[in-house]
Write a protein that binds this ligand. Sequence first.
Ligand code: NAP
Length: 251
Amino acid sequence: MKLENKIALITGASRGIGRGIAEVFSEEGADVAVNYLASAQAAEEVAAYVRSQGRRAITVKADVARRNEVEAMMDRVWTELGPIDILVNNAGIETIIPFLEITDEQWTRLVDTNLRGPWLCSQVYCRRAVAERRKGVILHIGSVQAAKVLPGRTHYAPTKLGLEALTRNMSVEMMPYGIRVNCLHPGLIETDMTAWVMKNPEILPTVLAQISMGRAGNIREMGRAALFFCCDDSSYITGQSLHAEGGWIGK
Ligand code: NAP
């Protein structure tokens, strides 16, 4: 097992990619704190899966964009599970709005969640990790849209490309404290976020034709890719961003 007795906090783990990461991490021996914002029941189901693997789990409600909630989340996990070894900044939202129409409020909400959230969770985590233990691993979940233009994402894409710069810069500042920082960019993954594509027979074939593998990825595949960055297999890797997109950018 690659994460035996590690403690992981995964943001946005009630559904989708975060759920896949929680499942794989628990199968590899990690205790998991399942963060969510609204889906309490779904978060409990993920926690139940973690426990079914013989690991400990708690669910923690917190908006990743609000400092007081993130600080309370970090305190609770540290107290109830123990010092956090792995932080996965996965929580995110996507909306599709033409550039000329997006409002200040829409921009702020999305950027706060997708970019400020990972920055904030990382800072709160690192302050504590630096003071108490001088080791740790952080993985940001970006998007293929850091490298590929899709329509109506002039607000979303910059947050994901921004995570690359956050990753690189944090990795340099945090390595002296033993904290590695990397970023995983998923392609088209079957989750609630992409249901509007996956369930639309008029759009789906066109999208899949652009992907070399001719299919969407699944949450377990993202869980295994995340595992690589969060276990010792990647012990000499920090500051890097990897696309897991089935061959979409290059086609
Ligand atoms: P999803 O199925 O819509 O799930 C989103 C998760 O994030 C949920 O657990 C949700 O919690 C949580 N969340 C949203 N806003 C939050 C906030 N402010 N604070 C805390 N939690 C919050 O999304 P997904 O497809 O799994 O996407 C996960 C990540 O991968 C996102 O960062 C997304 O941008 C990225 N991504 C996804 C794809 C894809 O094809 N699916 C591709 C590239 C990148 P609740 O359930 O409580 O609402």
